[in-house]
Design a protein around this ligand. Structure first.
Ligand SMILES: [Zn+2]
Length: 135
């Protein structure tokens, strides 16, 4: 058995629960023996931590509530800024659309005026003359 294969089952050594092939590897492999010693030491340390009670700081609740309130304020501010940004974009888009419509109407009106002017010129032009200016 390779160490990599044994490594997945090695934590079981803490509870004395190792498959036979891993146990056999452990008897002959100094690397895995060192790893098993580390698992057992960690388990012992974790066991001592379970008995300890850590007193929370007196201002923990107040501090947590303050941070929640600050977070909400920050989120509202970000949402407001995003709404203002989106509103600005909408206004810019509407302005662009209005500009395009005005431009199109101006172009159409200009085209119409040119056409009317052409018709007027055709109507008043003496018979037999052409559009071309004599050079
Ligand atoms: Zn090994």
């Amino acid at each position: 058995m390779e160490c990599a294969e044994a490594a997945t089952a090695l934590p079981g050594c803490v509870e004395g629960d190792l498959p036979e092939d891993v146990a056999a590897h452990l008897e002959t492999c100094i690397h895995c023996q060192a790893e098993a010693v580390r698992y057992k030491r960690h388990a012992r340390l974790m066991g001592t931590l379970a008995d300890q009670y850590v007193e929370p700081p007196a201002d923990l609740l107040e501090s947590l509530l303050d941070s929640v309130i600050e977070d909400r304020k920050h989120r509202r501010s970000v949402r407001r800024k995003a709404a203002v940004g989106i509103g600005g974009l909408a206004i810019a888009a509407a302005g662009t659309a209005v500009g395009i419509v005005v431009h199109q109407r101006h172009k159409a009106a200009t085209r119409g005026l040119v056409e009317i002017a052409g018709n007027v010129i055709d109507a008043i032009r003496p018979a037999g003359t052409s559009d071309l200016v004599a050079s």
